[in-house]
Design a protein around this ligand. Structure first.
Ligand code: URA
Length: 241
């Protein structure tokens, strides 16, 4: 891999910054200064420093974004996309939002460059749990809660079993819903089909990983090693690949 690409993939700078810093002799590879950004190194074994700091490169990056309203879950769109909330080195080719939250839905969106895991997390084969906090109007009671859990005819499909909890006294206008599918506008359509409308939706958990409550809307952080392992387990892998 080219040295400038390695540095940008490691997330320490953009590719053009990498080029400049390499030319300024700020980068060493295996103890020797390298001034040519096109030099090829083995990313698995090379020991690289930038400005005296060790650079750790990893093949894949996993980002927890707390999506705000008004951003499209796509890499390109006419309006603002979730990728614009990330530094340029993570908004580049190869990174994508894993699944779609509606423009008005907020909460946990995974952004990664791991196409295989991303695909598996979204595949219906793996039944990955997605939990949302919702508010709805009108409020719903026990009968509707059970109906949502058992499966609702939303036109193109009857939804698979879900888990729905309601807050406080019934009928309630807030609670949580866990689904394993990911059809277009699924939760909104489920509520509509039972005579209520979703008034707000926040994804609070995905594949067993919970949204970090310290992240404000629009903020992001890398997943911890434990969270990465949880995601891998949610698709039936016991080890990271
Ligand atoms: N279901 C919806 O209706 N919208 C979302 O954004 C996610 C799930």
């Amino acid at each position: 891999m080219r040295l400038d690409k390695y540095l940008s993939e490691a997330g320490v700078c953009t590719r053009s910054e990498a080029t400049k810093r390499i030319r300024k002799s700020e980068v060493t590879v295996n103890g020797a200064v390298v001034r040519d950004p096109s030099v090829h190194i083995d990313p698995e074994t090379a020991s690289v420093t930038l400005g005296g700091e060790t650079v750790s490169w990893r093949k894949f990056t996993y980002i927890m974004l707390n999506k705000p309203q008004g951003y499209v879950s796509a890499t390109e769109d006419r309006g603002p996309t979730v990728m614009e909330l990330l530094p340029p080195q993570y908004a580049r080719k190869g990174f994508f939002p894993c699944g779609r939250l509606d423009i008005d839905t907020v909460g946990f969106l995974l952004i990664t460059n791991d196409g295989v895991l991303g695909h598996e997390l979204l595949s219906p084969k793996h039944h990955v749990d997605k939990t949302y906090r919702f508010t709805c109007d009108p409020a719903i009671g026990e009968e509707v809660r059970q109906h949502l859990e058992e499966g609702v005819d939303i036109g193109d499909i009857v939804t698979k079993p879900a888990v729905v909890t309601l807050d406080g006294d019934l009928p309630a206008s807030a609670g949580t819903i866990t689904i394993r599918e990911g059809k277009f506008h699924q939760i909104k359509r489920m509520f509509h089909a039972v005579g209520s409308e979703i008034t707000s939706l926040e994804r609070i958990s995905f594949g067993g990983v919970t949204l970090d409550g310290t992240l404000a809307r629009g903020e992001w952080r890398f997943l911890t090693a434990e969270e990465e392992a949880t995601l891998q387990r949610s698709v039936g892998r016991s080890e990271k690949i």
